[in-house]
Every structure is written in C-alpha cells, then in structure tokens.
Design a protein around this ligand. Structure first.
Ligand code: ADP
Ligand code: ASP
Ligand code: MG
Length: 438
C-alpha cells in the first residue's frame, strides 16, 4: 500500500474540535499512515502557543528553579483537550513526569520539545495508532546538529514494522539521550524526514490556510493561492519569510522528488498547493512572478572607497572580518567604489563597533557606516527568467508608491529579485509589488 505522510501544525492541534477534524482527515484515507504533529497552537488571537508557554517555563526555571505556575497552564490545556475528546487517557502521571524531568534536565530544548511529545501521545490515543517518540528515531549530534543520513536509515528501519504511527515533530536526541530541537516551526522538517524515510508518495502538510499564497495574508488582503510551485521557489519564499513551511523542510523530500501538498485542516476539500521538482513551462507563461515574501530586521554595512575595484582581494578582506566574528551575510551588491553588505540584525547584534573598527583597519575605506532599519523583500518566480521588464515593473510600482529602494539585487539565476526598503515602508512595499503583478 502506498504511504502518505501527514503533518498537522499548531492550529490543527489547538483544541478538541480541531483534533477531531485531524482524526477525520487521517481516517478518511488508509494510506495516511504516518502522522507528525506540532504542539497545540493558538485557539484565538491573543492566545499563547504551548511551545511559548514551555519556553516561559524554562525562563521560570532559570529564575526560580521551578515553573509550576506556568506549567499549570499547560496542564490545563492538555487535560481540557483529553476531556473534551472523551479519551480514556490519564494525563496526570504523564504531565507530572514531564514537569519533574523539566526541573531535573533543566535544558531549554528539553522544555520546548514537550508540547510535541504530549500532543503526539494524545493524537495516537485518539487515532488508535502507535506512538513513536522522536527521541528514539531523530538523531542529532552532541552540538545539536541534525544528522540526516543516520536518521533516514533508522526511521526507515523503525517504520518497516509499524503500519500506523504518530510521531512528535520538532525534536530528537543525541547519543547521550539529550534532547535537541530544530528552530521554530521545525515540525515541518520532521514531517519531511519521515516522508523520505517512509518512501512516501506525498508529504501532506496540513495547516490553517488554503495553500501557499503569493503573499503573506497578514500583509496583503486575499492573496491568490499558488496551485503549484517548484522546490526552488518554495525555498526562496520560505527563507524570505513565507513561514507557512519551514525553509529547511524542502531538503529531505527534494532529494527523492516527493511532492509536498499544503492543505487546510479546516477546509479539507480545497486542493491546496502542490510543491514539486519542476513546474510545467505553460504554467510560467501564465505568471510573471510566483510570489512575494519579506522579512524585517536587517542592516546594511555600507563601505565606500575610491578605486576599490582595482584593489585585489578587497572583498575577501572585508568578508574575512565577518567570518572572524561569526557573522553570516545575506547579500553583497557592489559598485566600482562601493560595497553594501546586508546582514540580519540578529547576526550583527552587539558586534557593530568591533566590526566597523576591524574593517577600517584592514581595508582603510574612505567611509563606512551601518544603515539600520532595513527590510528585505524577495520577488520570486521561474517566470521572470528571459522575460524583459520584470525589474522595471517592480521598480515602477515602488516608485509610484513613493518608496525608496535602498538596495536591489538579482542573481543571474533570475529566480528572484531582492529589494531592501526602510522598515517603515515594508507593508506598503509588499502590497505595491504584489498588486503590480496580480
Ligand atoms: P502551522 O502551525 O500549521 O505550522 P504556521 O503558523 O507555521 O502553521 O503557518 C501558517 C501561517 O503562515 C498562515 O496562517 C499564514 O498566516 C502564514 N503565512 C505567511 N506567509 C504565507 C504565505 N505566503 N502563504 C500562506 N500562509 C502564509
Ligand atoms: N511547536 C514548535 C513551534 O512553535 C514547532 C512547530 O510548531 O513546528 O515552533
Ligand atoms: Mg509551521
């Protein structure tokens, strides 16, 4: 029998009503054999995700050595869910043990992972599926780096003997048994890893929207749903803030060409978005761009020096400073006498002065400064390549909206055009670009 791997996100696990929907979806297709789940998310705007409560527990532990008041809220949520589902499952001893171990283990990743652990226990009971603890099958090294190949072998071997299972997303363990998590939203990665190991025909990622949209629905009103996009487009959009899917979730499935289908738990009739290796040519003929995504929180290190273009090794020496301070950079457009390096504020935080000082000493620029308050917007699509006028249209749209472009960068793959704008213009700029191509 073909295998489908299905992952349900936080909103899909938020309360008993949503979990009943999840159960209906899983049970309606016997090929949906392996289910990966997130921790319960928000039930209404203003609510707190269980994972955020767990991070708060860790914070309490750091300060007070105990976290019972915050953990009580987590107890209440899970006990409420189990009661409302009418399950014959006593959560008290399970929750007691989790709270006790959180105090003893005292690790941020251990605490953060417990939402997925508890969520999977509940859903396994509801479905009558086996519960497989992710700490037994998702392998990390002692430094918290995920080990994809070892994990793939172990998961494949484990699933061979198990027909139906629920697996918690987001975490795994190292050789000593210490828990490590992926970055936020990482249950998407677990789902993709399981899909690869199970040799699934499809990886269904069930969430709370009708599919991958051509812009963030929190910024643009009613953006169109993208029916089909390529792994490459997905990677660009997800990396640049379209967080409907974790940007790293694409790698395990891309390696073996398993399509990803983004679906809506609360509207299961909608076909959603299909993410595949290649989208047909005629699809691109119809659309100039596939989507727009963006992120706030960047700075530009701006360097000016006359004749920098004829100084051999100039760029390398500047970048060696970033490497020395362990700073990743995003983009580096240059002119004959200028170099702009776009860096996320998180990378640069606290290191601004030393970085400037060291670059000054090494390359003796005429001028160097950090321009902060920058947002990046990426306009993505295979349809842009060899089609004149995309950049012109984009720039015109921004000009008409009276938005100044602080930087523009288009790689020769022509898969995306990145613009940097002042953060106060961010939402307006995303809307201007989206509507120019809609
Ligand atoms: P889950 O908990 O199911 O993993 P997430 O909150 O991580 O769900 O992702 C779904 C959310 O992503 C949507 O509710 C939507 O607000 C947001 N989002 C941002 N960009 C996009 C986009 N381009 N298309 C669809 N949703 C997007
Ligand atoms: N629960 C985790 C988070 O909130 C992981 C996930 O939902 O994918 O980030
Ligand atoms: Mg998510």
């Amino acid at each position: 029998m073909a295998v489908k791997v299905v992952k349900f996100g936080g909103t899909s696990m938020a309360d008993a009503g949503a979990i009943n929907q999840v159960a209906d979806i899983v049970k309606s297709d016997p090929e949906r054999r392996y289910v990966v789940v997130s921790a319960p998310g928000k039930r209404f705007s203003g609510d707190t995700k269980v994972t955020d409560l767990l991070y708060a527990c860790y914070h309490d532990l750091e300060i007070n050595g105990e976290c019972s008041a915050t953990f009580a809220k987590i107890r209440e949520r899970f006990e409420g869910i189990v009661k409302d589902l009418g399950l014959d499952l006593d959560m008290k001893p399970i929750l007691d043990e989790v709270e006790k171990k959180m105090v003893v283990n005292y690790s941020v990743d251990y605490c953060a992972s417990r939402g997925e652990y508890l969520s999977a226990i509940v859903l396994a009971k509801k479905l009558g599926f086996e519960f497989i603890d992710a700490e037994k099958i998702m392998i990390f090294d002692d430094n918290g780096n995920f080990m994809p190949e070892q994990t793939n072998e172990l998961v494949a071997k484990t699933l061979k003997d198990i027909r139906y299972a629920v697996i918690p997303g987001f975490y795994g363990a190292d050789g000593t048994g210490s828990i490590h998590t992926f970055s936020r939203g990482g249950s998407d990665i677990t789902g993709a890893v399981v899909a690869r190991a199970a040799d699934a025909v499809i990886y269904e990622n069930w969430t709370d929207v009708d599919g991958f949209m051509s812009a963030d629905p929190r910024i643009v009103e009613n953006p169109t749903i993208i029916k089909k996009l390529s792994y490459k487009e997905l990677r660009e959009l997800a990396y640049m803030g379209a967080n409907v899917l974790h940007p790293e979730a694409v790698f395990p499935v891309k390696a073996c060409g398993i399509p990803i289908n983004i679906r809506n738990t609360f509207n299961p009739q909608a076909p959603g978005t299909l993410i595949v290796a290649e989208v047909e040519e005629d699809e691109f003929a119809k659309r100039q761009i596939t989507g727009v995504a963006g992120k706030k929180g960047y700075s530009i290190i701006f360097i000016e020096k006359e004749l920098m273009n004829s100084e051999l090794g100039f760029g390398r020496r500047v970048l060696s400073v970033l490497e020395y301070y362990n700073i990743l950079f995003e983009h580096m457009p240059s002119g004959i006498g200028t170099l702009s390096i776009v860096v996320s504020d998180n990378e640069l935080a606290g290191k601004e002065d030393v970085v400037l000082e060291r670059i000054r000493n090494i390359v003796k620029p005429d001028n160097i400064e950090i321009k902060s308050g920058i947002s990046l917007i990426s306009t993505v699509g295979h349809g842009m390549s060899f089609r004149p006028g995309t950049a012109a249209k984009l720039c015109e749209a921004l000009a008409k909206a009276n938005i100044n472009i602080r930087m523009i960068d288009q790689g020769s793959s022509e898969l995306n055009i990145i613009v940097a704008v002042a953060t106060q213009d961010y939402e307006k700029a995303v809307n201007a670009i989206y509507h120019a191509f809609a």
